[in-house]
Write a protein that binds this ligand. Sequence first.
Ligand code: NAI
Ligand code: A1CAB
Length: 279
Amino acid sequence: MTRIAVVGGGRIGEALIAGLREAGTPGSDIVVIEAVQARADELAKKYSILPTTLDIGCEGADVIAIAVKPQDVPAVTERIGEAISDSVHESIVVSLAAGVSTESLENKLSAGSPVVRVMPNTAMLVGQGVSAVCKGRFARDEHVEQVKTLMESVGGVVVVTEAQMDAVTAVSGSGPAYFFLLTEAMIDAGVEQGLPRDVATTLATGTAHGAGAMLAAGGDGPGQLRYNVCSPGGTTAAAIRAFEAGGLRATVADAMEAAATKSHAISQASKDDDDDDIA
Ligand SMILES: NC(=O)C1=CN([C@@H]2O[C@H](COP(=O)(O)OP(=O)(O)OC[C@H]3O[C@@H](n4cnc5c(N)ncnc54)[C@H](O)[C@@H]3O)[C@@H](O)[C@H]2O)C=CC1
Ligand SMILES: O=C(O)[C@@H]1CCC=N1
């Protein structure tokens, strides 16, 4: 049994809670600490969990998952540090925030506190997330294993180095949004081609689901799967030509570079804040 305190009940906090509940984690093992009371009450009702304060919620928690916006992480971590500093129970502090380094988290906690950083995605909500995990300076292998097991209950998990986290964020943290954007664009294009919107939505959404399932099946890779759709002289090859002419690959590379650069900029800003605290 792992007792989890989720600090921040926004989109990613809810995705984690929903995925854990769906995977069979009892509601009594999860508490949520959410600044907006109405939102805390909504989550409590929807997932049969306890909304509470940070001090009470952190007491006895095995995992304290920080799911607030990056700029709110330092203040929240400092408060968590105060709440657990005298506790005999060891809590793993897990940050789900983009661009916040394990070092800046450790700086806000008592010396030697185990910190694990996770980059999840919203597909946790339906138990189909994919997360990357890296450990802080004081986290031992068993801490990483515990967090890995927790995140495996809501999807796939890879262990990476912290230096890889900006790239991870660009690929899988932000990634669901890219597929949603493509799906939206396909629906609009279907409507332009004369389909009713509900029909275009059913077709585009079902196609995304089917293509995802084929990729996840792990047989052929994406290249071969695409070749299989491209009949010689056919419709798909004509569409792919238009995608390539429009610079799709370069656009994807630019977009992911922008995401990774932004993640890096957030970590630099949090490092600068730490340096200001020390000076
Ligand atoms: N939304 C996403 O797809 C992903 C988000 N993340 C990370 O998750 C974190 C949260 O992102 P979202 O859920 O999208 O943001 P959000 O704005 O939906 O949720 C943040 C929540 O934290 C609450 N909050 C703020 N200060 C608080 C405090 N002191 N105590 C308790 N609750 C507090 C807010 O009321 C809000 O409900 C961010 O750091 C983000 O980088 C990571 C991966 C994916
Ligand atoms: O857009 C963001 O900053 C967050 C982090 C990764 C996905 N959503």
